[in-house]
Ligand binder design. Structure first.
Ligand code: AKB
Length: 315
């Protein structure tokens, strides 16, 4: 029985991806791996392994000895945390990718998913409806690691036929597991604070427009990309995909439709400088053409689902 391994399963994407993969493939075949000793409650109904992705030998042995054929490599330091710890961010984000790509090259893995990000773009990139192919001069450690990773993914596909697939995720919004260390995290925090305190102090300015996506759309995109026949995947760096774009002020207006007393204040910090270099909207024509990508959640639906479901006892 071939197995699927999700590395970084305890994170914001990992938790929901494991749940979706287990529903699709059966709980026994999808192994959640994370550096934490024990799985969260959400992941407890299937196999779990504690794994430091930087332990190359351990990761290699686990994959080879347990018949893993598909890996989702989600362990990474995100944009804000990476700026505080650049050396470790580079090491974690790059070394983990090489460990997995090399296993693909050796024929041990059939398919690999590795997430990229809108952080691959930078201040010289066209800001609105950012094209699939464009100027990419990222100015953050995270962005540089993601852009470099994209180049290596494409190289391993072209040179060694490794079936690696990737998406440039926008800011992801979900209520199952909290995000950690990103510049777009305000768009999750705001819902917890709106429900808990009725007010939020935002670390980005009111008019900072960024590409965002509700997690269900992101998970569906990931599964659809991985299910697509190989010949349909024309981009082996990473695909642009778009959900919706909004500013903190616009998100506030939507939240106020449900919670009229909600108020927001703005105290931009170092994350503002990161956000200022990122696109405000994304052109995802190529993903639509190649594998039929189509988003479902606009900001109105996203706000309704988040306010209904965030559990304020988690924070
Ligand atoms: C971050 O803000 O760092 C991430 C991302 C856009 O990749 N959410």
């Amino acid at each position: 029985m071939s197995k699927t391994l999700v590395i970084g399963a305890g994170g914001q994407i990992g938790t929901e991806l494991v749940l979706a993969l287990r529903q699709k493939k059966g709980s026994d075949t999808v192994v959640a791996a994370d550096i934490k000793e024990h799985p969260s409650e959400a992941l407890a109904d299937g196999p779990y392994v504690q794994m430091d992705v930087l332990d190359r030998a351990l990761v290699r042995n686990y994959i080879i000895e347990n018949g893993v054929s598909e890996v989702y490599l989600l362990a990474a330091l995100l944009s804000a945390t990476a700026e505080k710890n650049p050396d470790f961010a580079w090491k974690l984000n790059m070394e983990s990718l090489f460990t997995i790509l090399d296993l693909g090259k050796e024929g041990c893995l059939k398919k690999i998913f590795w997430p990229s990000s809108i952080a691959v773009f930078g201040p010289t990139t066209p800001k609105s409806m950012t094209p699939q192919y464009t100027v990419m001069e990222p100015s953050t450690v995270y962005g540089i690691s993601k852009q470099t990773g994209e180049r290596w993914c494409e190289y391993y596909f072209n040179k060694f036929g490794v079936d690696v697939r990737s998406i440039r995720y926008p800011g992801l919004i979900s209520y199952t597991s909290l995000p950690g260390g990103g510049t777009t995290d305000y768009a999750v925090d705001i819902f917890y604070q709106a429900k808990k305190r009725g007010t939020y102090d935002c670390f980005l300015s009111e008019d900072t427009r960024l590409p965002m996506m509700y997690m269900d759309d992101a998970i569906r995109a990931t599964l659809e990309l991985m299910d697509a026949p190989a010949e349909k995947i024309k981009v082996r760096s990473a695909y642009n995909i778009a959900g919706c774009s909004f500013t903190p002020a616009e998100l506030t207006t939507e939240i106020k439709k449900h919670l009229p007393g909600f108020s927001i204040s703005y105290q931009p910090d170092f994350r503002q400088a990161i956000a200022d270099t990122w696109p405000d909207s994304i052109d995802d024509t190529q993903a639509r053409q190649d594998w039929g990508w189509n988003e479902k959640y606009a900001v109105e639906e996203l706000v309704t689902v988040m306010l209904e479901n965030v559990d304020i006892t988690k924070i």
